[in-house]
Ligand binder design. Structure first.
Ligand code: AMP
Ligand code: MG
Length: 522
């Protein structure tokens, strides 16, 4: 090893013993994880490395240029002194109980400690595990680019998220039927090295009560508390309840951030809900372009739209109910759970309104703000209006001149000429109220703009931007990955030389696969 990773065997020792060591497809009982060796890639090569994440792990750029680094982040070499493992979990998918799922293509390499932070390093797409069911355990370049760019972009937006350390090609070909229409094609295989304090999901807990295995449930919950919620104290009934309460609050915080930046996860199944309230498992996610509560990027969800933008906060609650059911056997009392879950319903509305106030540059609270926000959301959906551009440009409005809203906001409308007089009138009325509301605020126009520009990003990973990077990468050109990666490090800053990314989605991308339509095939 030419570079040093501070492997934290405190974690490895504390993990419950795993009786299942063979790598075969099966139901894995009484175990939280299974040891597994990553598949050896045929010709691994690095595409991109996150300098910030390197730094968090105590590594340098020189470290990332070594053969050891390449081998480790592509599964060609196991870090000496470690035993990689895949985690066992279950989950509710699209509202239905799905039984055992597990890390079908994710392998945890090691727990690493740096600067008092504990990280788990995980490979996604590094081959089969006991949880792969009928799939191959691999990932393709297209979905790996999307995860790599988006998870780092989310971090820089201030959204709780798992991170990405590196993006690499495996050198292998992977067969995928992108639109599930019987036309499978070979695509380049890729591996993302992901990093998070933990990859435990709601589904990690759900699996045990479904099997009547309260003993392993307790082992895992106690482990989670000792490792990630140790400030709550020694596990006890009270601590379990306090733990659940914190998970509720963290999950709420996460989803409010999603609503703030216009992120739609796409597959909010309970196996994709982190126990730390992190955005996890970037699949058919998307970013709102036209502000639309009914939009989902996931074609698999196009009929019922369970995971559409507007319902994300409610889906989090539904998922929290499943987590409550899962850990109930440790407490055997429904009331504490009910109290916490009922509080979510009102708290999430308060948190949402607070967030929307900040997007509007309002500092103090007024009762009628809820009406102002409601009406704004309705009008935004009357004609296609770009969410990011709207809120960013709103900060340029002067409080004494809100009747002059059209020149300031015209760039946000996809079809400005089609905005009817009726819609214009509603906008004018809204701006009149907004202007009055602003006049009761102490901030100057310039101060308000500074505040708003810290909340409303200028640059997000629009769906077509990721697709352009994918198209180039398929041809072996990775410049755009690097350009977008760097752009999205400073999403709230003006970046005049990259202003071209502050633009509405181009028309060609409106109905293009990968831009507006994404499948789970990855
Ligand atoms: P997702 O909806 O992407 O979070 O995945 C749901 C489940 O399918 C998880 O258990 C994944 O590990 C598994 N899975 C997805 N893709 C693959 C694959 N290519 N190989 C093995 N398992 C997979
Ligand atoms: Mg998943």
């Amino acid at each position: 090893m030419e570079f040093k990773l501070n492997i934290n065997d405190r974690f490895n020792k504390q993990l419950p013993a795993d009786p299942v060591l063979e790598n075969t497809r099966r139901q894995v009982k009484e175990a939280c994880f299974s040891y597994v060796i990553p598949k050896t890639p045929s010709n691994p090569s690095l595409i991109h490395v996150s300098p910030e994440m390197l730094n968090h792990l105590g590594l340098t750029k020189e470290d990332s240029n070594t053969k050891d680094f390449l081998n480790i982040v592509t599964g060609a070499q196991v870090i000496p002194g470690t035993r990689p493992y895949a985690m066992c979990y279950a989950g509710h998918q699209f509202g239905n109980w799905a039984g055992q799922l597990g890390d079908g293509r994710a392998i945890n390499l090691a727990e690493i400690k740096h600067n008092n932070t504990h990280w788990t390093l995980q490979l996604k797409g590094a081959g089969e595990t006991p949880y792969s069911r009928s799939a191959d355990g691999l990932a393709v370049l297209r979905s790996s680019i999307r995860e790599y760019l988006c998870s780092e972009a989310m971090y820089h937006l201030g959204v709780p998220t798992t991170r990405a350390l590196s993006l690499a090609l495996s050198g292998d070909q992977v067969l995928r039927d992108v639109m599930y229409n019987g036309n499978p094609e070979y695509e380049k295989g890729a591996i993302v090295a992901r990093v998070a304090p933990s990859f435990l999901r709601f589904g990690s807990y759900e699996i045990f009560p479904s099997r009547g295995d309260d003993k392993t449930l307790k082992t895992l919950v106690d482990f989670t508390i000792k490792t990630h919620y140790s400030h709550l104290g020694t596990p006890s009934k009270e601590v379990y309840i306090a733990f659940f309460n914190e998970v509720v609050n963290k999950s709420m915080d996460m989803v409010i951030h999603w609503q703030r930046v216009g992120f739609v996860h796409g597959v909010m199944n309970t196996d994709n809900m982190s126990i730390l309230g992190l955005t996890i498992d970037y699949g058919p996610y998307g970013w709102l372009e036209g502000y639309d509560h009914t939009w989902t990027p996931n074609t698999t969800d196009s009929t019922h739209k369970r995971y559409r933008y507007g319902t994300q906060p409610q889906v989090v609650l539904w998922n929290l109910y499943q987590l409550a059911n899962a850990i109930y056997p440790l407490i055997n009392e429904a009331e504490p759970f009910e109290t916490i879950l009922n509080a979510y319903t009102s708290d999430v509305q308060v948190a949402y309104l607070k967030m929307m106030r900040s997007k509007l540059g309002l500092q103090h609270e007024e009762k009628k703000d809820a009406i102002l926000v409601d009406e704004l959301e309705s009008i935004l959906q009357l004609s296609e209006t770009d969410m990011t551009i709207f809120f960013r440009n709103l900060a340029n409005l002067k409080k004494a001149e809100t009747e002059d809203w059209l020149p300031v906001l015209k760039d946000a409308f996809y079809r400005p000429t089609e905005i009817s007089d009726r819609i214009k009138q509603r906008w004018s009325n809204w701006f009149l109220t907004y202007g009055e509301r602003l006049s009761s605020e102490a901030l100057t126009d310039e101060e308000r703009k500074t505040h708003m520009n810290r909340i409303n990003p200028k640059y997000v990973l629009r769906n077509y931007m990721a697709q352009l990077a994918i198209d180039d990468a398929d041809k072996g050109n990775y410049d755009l990955i690097d350009e977008l990666f760097n752009l999205l490090k400073h999403p709230y800053n003006e970046q005049p030389q990259l202003e071209k990314w502050f633009a509405k989605r181009p028309e060609w991308a409106r109905h293009k696969v990968g831009c507006s339509m994404l499948s789970c095939s990855s």
